[in-house]
Design a protein around this ligand. Structure first.
Ligand SMILES: NC(=O)CC[C@H](N)C(=O)O
Length: 397
């Protein structure tokens, strides 16, 4: 069956349908991960987005029981170069086609995903319409034109009920703005008593669980569409240690008086280099975000920047100078991606212990500023020398 993807700028891609039949609109974004499509499909932060993978072969290891980041896939549509429907992996229980069919999500394969990605890089992310129907082109244009993308994604993906994963150690309340299960796994694997509460839980409700710490989760959409969460975070700041991840980081920044804005095409992939300012070291991180904390708005707050993105210099981490609270834009739980920053979960627990023992009372809290230990001295710049014969010379722009 034929499928088509129409972008806001008028570009039409024609390919082969997989997954569900039907029509779906969303913000078209690209992810550069080579593996990890099952985690991408089920990461609630992709709610409302049509995701294209830049890696050309998707589906070859199927869909398994363990790699879900939520109980269902949340993408609005899935776009790939080649879709492999016969997986080869001992863990595979199903395939991408079946998974998408089960949840009414359309997919398109056989299109030039390099061209699509270049368009998104040049123009920024765009609204798109993915259809397996027989609409005429003018009809498709009209439908795309009148489609207003929803903004209430957090309310859609968050848990409607409180749930708990019992543990004997620190009680962590996770505010679920669209939490990836990887974050809950990281806490439970450290023995924490994890209570997950809905996105609109009030400070009062959160306090009623007597938390040792509060984790502000990732989640879809624009942080400015969740003002009630900003209020809640403001109320808890200084009272209980806070750790914000991705949307949680952006909401923490808003609560502290900084501002957020939209990146042209965002960061989505498993190999984003991030510089740890305290040591100068580079860590490789998993990322999925379209919004960012605007650096210029931080100076007037009580926040300081701990990490920046090596590719575009944007803010990747913050800590509060006086309250036990810090946040990162990237994903220390990986899923999918590298574990370079996984220690941040241990540092969160360490911060909780410091806060509780009162050692830092009245002083600046030792909210973590670094994961790695050794400061890096950059090598002295090499003296300029004329290229030797036969040496490759790169053109300087
Ligand atoms: N993974 C996330 O939490 C994403 C945060 C936010 N929705 C963004 O796109 O920037």
């Amino acid at each position: 069956m034929k499928a088509r993807l129409l972008l806001e700028d008028g570009t039409l891609f024609e390919g082969t349908a997989f997954g569900s039949e039907g029509r779906s609109a969303g913000e078209v974004v690209f992810n550069t991960g080579i593996t990890g499509y099952q985690e991408v499909l089920s990461d609630p932060s992709y709610c409302g987005q049509i995701v294209t993978m830049t890696y050309p072969l998707i589906g070859n290891y199927g869909v398994n029981r363990d790699d879900f980041e939520a109980i269902r896939p949340w993408v609005s549509g899935f776009v790939v170069r080649k879709h492999e429907n016969t997986p080869s992996n001992w863990r595979a229980l199903s395939n991408v086609d079946q998974l998408l069919k089960q949840y009414g999500i359309p997919g398109i394969s056989g299109i030039d995903t390099r061209m699509l990605t270049r368009k998104l890089r040049q123009h920024g992310t765009m609204k798109g319409l993915l259809t397996t129907g027989a609409e005429t082109l003018p009809e498709l244009h009209e439908q795309l034109g009148v489609t207003r993308l929803a903004r209430d994604h957090v309310a859609r993906v968050s848990t409607p009920h409180i749930y708990r994963s019992p543990g004997a150690k620190e009680r962590i309340v996770v505010v679920d703005f669209g939490v990836k299960l990887g974050m809950v796994r990281e806490l439970t694997s450290r023995g924490c008593d994890v209570v997950v509460v809905p996105h609109n839980a009030t400070a009062e409700q959160i306090r009623s669980f007597a938390p040792d710490g509060v984790l502000l989760s990732n989640g879809p959409g624009d942080p400015q569409d969740v003002p009630y969460a900003v209020e809640t975070i403001r109320a808890l700041l200084g009272e209980v240690p806070l750790f914000g991840i991705c949307l949680g980081h952006q909401l923490f920044a808003l609560a502290c008086g900084a501002d957020t804005g939209k990146l042209a095409f965002g960061h989505r992939g498993a190999n984003h280099p991030v510089k740890e300012l305290a040591t100068g070291r580079c860590i490789i991180t998993s990322q999925n975000h379209g919004y960012t904390v605007i650096e210029d708005t931080i100076a007037s707050t009580e926040l300081e920047v701990t990490y920046i993105n090596n590719n575009d210099g944007t803010v990747e981490g913050l800590r509060h100078k006086y309250a036990p609270a810090f946040s990162v834009q990237f994903h220390p739980e990986a899923a999918p991606g590298p574990y370079d920053s996984n220690l941040l979960f241990d540092q969160f627990l360490e911060l909780i212990h410091q806060f509780q023992s009162g050692r830092a009372a009245g002083q600046r809290f030792a909210a973590p500023a670094k994961i790695t230990e050794t400061p890096v001295t950059p090598p002295a710049p090499a003296a300029a020398s004329a290229p030797r014969e036969g040496e490759l010379v790169y053109a300087q722009k």
